[in-house]
Design a protein around this ligand. Structure first.
Ligand SMILES: Cc1ncc(COP(=O)(O)O)c(C=O)c1O
Length: 321
């Protein structure tokens, strides 16, 4: 059981540009400079780790920071541990406590990001999952928009990892070489983001975002079997689209060329939030601007994450007393 420190919201905004001051490392919260690992570890050499990514949203009116869908994020994080056939000595409730303590210590009065990390800390040459130690660490940072809310994308020449190569349903550290290659290709070619196809040639997702297209007024999105990350924003969007906007949502294989004829398309993710894809491979999507469906979903999403739509209050964990 992790004990928490009770700290009220700070009266003054901390320095916006500063780096995080604290980390959870080797079982306790320590100054970030103390959270260091050796270059000999397997996580550094072989990418043998897994991570999570959560957001905290600042609500100025309520003077509160809300962490979005903590249980769901840590549930997926613990599933990543299972992929490595390991576990950590923390329950979802413990991980929630650690997150709140870290955020309180930093005293954010702005949007923040939380990065839990599982890592193989064994110092040995053979990359492996047996006879090794996995440790847990966590840090936070301030985070505004990860990508713009309106982006130009290209289809990547890189293919998405296959489940039988590195499982896509976990946020496996080494697997993010694939994301870095795709994202950098887009950047170097003058686009904001890449759309990555799977080995079958169907759309998988963006470098760090799930993807939806709007066709005939319905939302269509690739399935888990298309080697996508089991995105929590994706499931949030599906729920909001059905419940709040009365839209039909279809999970199915989506072809690349469907993007070219779609009415609208958008990325979604903890970092990306809901970001309209207004151009792909030099073709305008729809009007070439954020379309009405994407706009409504953006609005619905931001209302929920900032605690303005109280119907979904149980998705939010308040940080301050
Ligand atoms: C590869 C990949 N796909 C999709 C997502 C979106 O997932 P989520 O909505 O759970 O953040 C992410 C974000 O972390 C990601 O890294």
């Amino acid at each position: 059981m992790v004990q928490s420190v009770q700290v009220p919201a700070p009266a003054h905004a901390p320095d916006q540009a500063r780096h995080p001051q604290w980390a959870f490392f080797e079982g306790k919260i320590v100054p970030i400079e103390g959270a260091k690992i050796s270059i000999v570890t397997q996580v550094i050499n072989y990418g043998l780790g897994a991570f999570g990514g959560l957001r905290g949203y600042w609500n100025d009116e309520k003077q509160q920071l809300y962490v979005f869908r903590v249980e769901k994020h840590f549930g997926r994080f613990l599933n990543s541990c299972k992929l490595f056939n390991t576990s950590i000595p923390y329950s979802i409730a413990d991980l929630k406590r650690i997150t709140i303590d870290l955020l309180r210590r930093e005293g954010y009065r702005e949007d923040a990001y939380i990065r839990p990390l599982l890592y193989n800390s064994t110092e040995d040459i053979t990359p492996r999952l047996y006879d090794v130690t996995f440790d847990f660490a966590c840090f936070t940072r301030a985070l505004g928009n990860y990508i713009k809310l309106e982006v130009k994308a290209c289809t990547s020449s890189w293919r998405r990892l296959d489940d039988n190569t590195i499982p896509s349903r976990g946020k496996i550290t080494g697997g993010y070489v694939n994301s870095a290659l795709a994202r950098s290709e887009a950047y170097w070619n003058g686009y904001d983001e890449s759309i990555v196809l799977n080995q079958d040639g169907h759309i998988a997702e963006g470098s760090a975002e799930n993807l939806f297209v709007v066709r005939d007024g319905k939302l269509h999105t690739p399935t888990f079997a298309d080697n996508i990350l089991e995105g929590i924003t994706r499931s949030t969007v599906i729920q909001l689209a059905r419940a709040e906007l009365g839209l039909e949502v279809v999970e199915r294989e989506v072809d690349r060329s469907e993007l070219y004829v779609a009415e609208e398309a958008f990325f979604c993710g903890t970092g990306a939030q809901v970001s309209a894809i207004v151009e792909v491979d030099n073709r305008k999507i729809g009007s070439g601007q954020t379309g009405p469906v994407t706009k409504s979903l953006q609005q619905a999403y931001f209302d929920v994450v900032r605690g303005k739509n109280t119907k979904y209050a149980d998705w939010l964990t308040p940080v301050y007393d």
